[in-house]
Design a protein around this ligand. Structure first.
Ligand code: 1D1
Length: 303
């Protein structure tokens, strides 16, 4: 009688073969779960290249809507190529699983950074927000709305460069002025217009960016309460406060992004020109020590 564990291991083989590209991968470290997926470090045994593998059991893909969502995520992500978007290497399936082979981001995500550091400094926030905005600018220019921008989907490589990942809730705007009506899934930093079921579009990503910038600078999310219901109430009322300890350009930029009315929120292009980015040091790079402790300003080399 094999334990459940053993059975499970069999479902995800140690050696994974992609017949299309004739690549063979070795399954290494378990990274954790991401939605329906089990995520592993995997290595191409011909090239020794290491990737992050997202493996979804077909047993879980019973409803056609789940299959639809999976293929939507793949078709959107595989169409993207940008410095600040997670690289999409390949995808394939066998009788048991669907395999997605993605860029390994060695320093995991900004969620781990946030858990360790809580509030980060203004220069660091400039460094990260600038990269995130460049990545979102690319998505919006391709008529893609991410719809679930959050620290856990902002991955970091060894240079602390940001890579936007997880397109599980992303959508493509098919025509000018289209307003999406449905979203199945629960974004973390969800915009008020999604909660009130008004149509939504690119502006929901601007709202999430405001939540990300607030969380990075204040050390906690803007609408956090002890229950989801109360959090949604505060989002719908747009009820949040920015500590006056923040300097004016940061307060201004957060305030612009966290406006209840979508049409009042600036585009990414506008945000990239905000005085916040020219009101202090914009580091050219950050030392890895920033994952654990605040950099001394004299340590930072400005752009
Ligand atoms: C593969 C899924 C997801 C992901 O999409 N990427 C790009 C990623 C990259 N590096 C990593 C990574 C983990 C440890 C070092 N890098 N992880 C990634 N994840 C995590 C795995 C568990 C939850 C989300």
């Amino acid at each position: 009688m094999t334990s459940i564990k053993e059975d499970e291991k069999k479902e995800i083989p140690e050696i994974i073969h992609d017949p299309q590209t004739n690549s063979t991968y070795q399954r290494l470290r378990f990274f954790g779960k991401g939605g329906f997926a089990k995520c592993y470090e995997i290595q191409d045994i011909a090239t020794n290249q290491i990737y992050a593998g997202k493996i979804v059991s077909k047993k879980l893909m019973v409803k056609s809507s789940q299959k639809e969502k999976m293929s939507q995520e793949i078709s959107i992500h595989r169409s993207l190529q940008h410095k600040h978007v997670v690289g999409f290497h390949s995808f394939f399936e066998d009788s048991l699983n669907i395999y997605i082979v993605l860029e390994l981001c060695k320093r995991r995500s900004m969620m781990e950074l946030h858990k360790r550091r809580k509030a980060i400094t203004e220069p660091e926030t400039r460094f990260y927000m600038h990269q995130i905005l460049l990545g979102v600018q690319y998505l919006h220019s391709r008529r893609i709305i991410h719809r679930d921008l959050k620290l856990g989907n902002l991955f970091l490589d060894d240079d602390l460069h940001v890579k936007i990942g997880d397109f599980g809730l992303a959508a493509k705007i098919e025509y000018e002025g289209e307003r999406k009506r449905t979203l199945c899934g629960t974004p973390n930093y969800i915009a008020p217009e999604i909660l009130t079921r008004d149509g939504h579009s690119f502006e929901v990503d601007i709202w999430s960016l405001g939540c990300i910038m607030y969380t990075l600078m204040v050390g906690r999310p803007p609408f956090e309460t002890s229950t989801l219901r109360d959090t949604y109430k505060r989002i719908k009322q747009c009820e949040y406060r920015i500590p006056s300890s923040l300097r004016k350009p940061a307060i201004s930029m957060i305030g612009l992004q966290l406006q209840a009315k979508p049409s009042q929120r600036p585009s990414v292009d506008k945000l990239l020109q905000h005085e916040f980015f020219s009101s202090g040091i914009m580091p050219a790079a950050l030392p890895l020590s920033c994952l654990t402790t605040a950099p001394r300003t004299d340590q930072l080399e400005g752009v």
